[in-house]
Design a protein around this ligand. Structure first.
Ligand code: NDP
Length: 231
């Protein structure tokens, strides 16, 4: 299995969860540096040539196509709509949505050859819930739903599933960057009353990629402590 942005945060937890089950895991990181005990290739998801080279190298190391893709790499560039520049919008879309598309397109050929595959897109509760100051981020994360559902309709008959996992607030660098007051305000809105650990997302991704989840596709699976209920 291959997870993009698997060098830290949720991606690293996902990589470790699969590795703990004995899977051959390759993480991508922009630097190409590998976290301890894991195999890594360099990949910038905003660059089609870099994505292609990373998957070619991964296929060489796997000795065949990538069976499970977890498209996890993502960034935020928050600011209010009125102040959001074209670049603020475009760069977040390019990494979070187009980056996932580039990876999905690249793995699809191999999965078709293999006649099975799992694509898991890491979205966010805010994709469907919305979030002030995150028009770019929320739009990119909502776009992953359309992407996964279209892939499901295109490739669902070939034993390839495409699902979206939508985390709420998870304790990683991304949320640690928020001011303490804002973190407390968010916790007040979460029915579970806390942020989650990256591993709580990883275990759900692990299930979605397992043979037990073969009939789940085009789904949006929340891991958000109840924050987005009904969205
Ligand atoms: P982190 O900020 O901890 O890690 C982000 C990862 O994405 C890093 O590995 C980073 O690599 C990688 N990345 C960023 N840009 C690129 C790029 N252009 N090419 C390749 N890799 C890139 O984030 P989290 O672990 O918190 O988030 C992981 C995913 O989960 C993201 O998609 C995020 O939107 C989503 N998410 C997170 C939530 C949270 O509360 N933390 C909630 C909901 C969703 P590098 O180390 O090189 O920068």
């Amino acid at each position: 299995m291959l997870v993009t942005g698997g060098n830290r945060g949720i991606g690293l937890a996902v990589a470790r969860a699969f590795a703990a089950d004995g899977d051959h895991v390759i993480v991508t990181s922009r630097s190409g540096e590998a976290p301890e005990g894991l195999d890594a290739v360099a990949c910038d998801v905003t660059d089609t040539a870099s994505v292609d080279a990373a998957f070619t190298e991964a296929e060489k190391r796997f000795g065949g196509p990538v069976e499970v893709l977890v498209a996890n790499a993502g960034i935020t560039q928050d600011t209010l709509l009125m102040r959001m520049s074209d670049d603020d919008f475009a760069s977040v879309l390019d990494t979070n949505l187009t980056g996932a598309f580039r990876c999905a397109r690249r793995v699809s050929k191999g999965m078709l050859k293999l006649k099975r595959g799992r694509m898991v897109f890491i979205s966010s509760v805010v994709g469907l819930y919305g979030s002030p100051g995150q028009a770019n981020y929320a739009a990119s994360k909502a776009g992953l739903v359309g992407l996964a559902r279209s892939i499901t309709r295109e490739l669902g008959g070939r034993a390839i599933t495409a699902n979206v996992v939508a985390p709420g607030f998870i304790d990683t660098d991304m949320t640690r960057a928020l001011p303490e007051k804002q973190q407390q305000a968010y916790i007040g809105q979460i029915p579970a009353g806390r942020f989650a650990e990256p591993d709580e997302v990883a275990r759900v991704v692990r299930f979605i990629a397992s043979p037990d989840a073969g009939y789940i596709s085009g789904a949006v699976i929340p891991v958000d402590g109840g924050l987005g209920m009904g969205h």
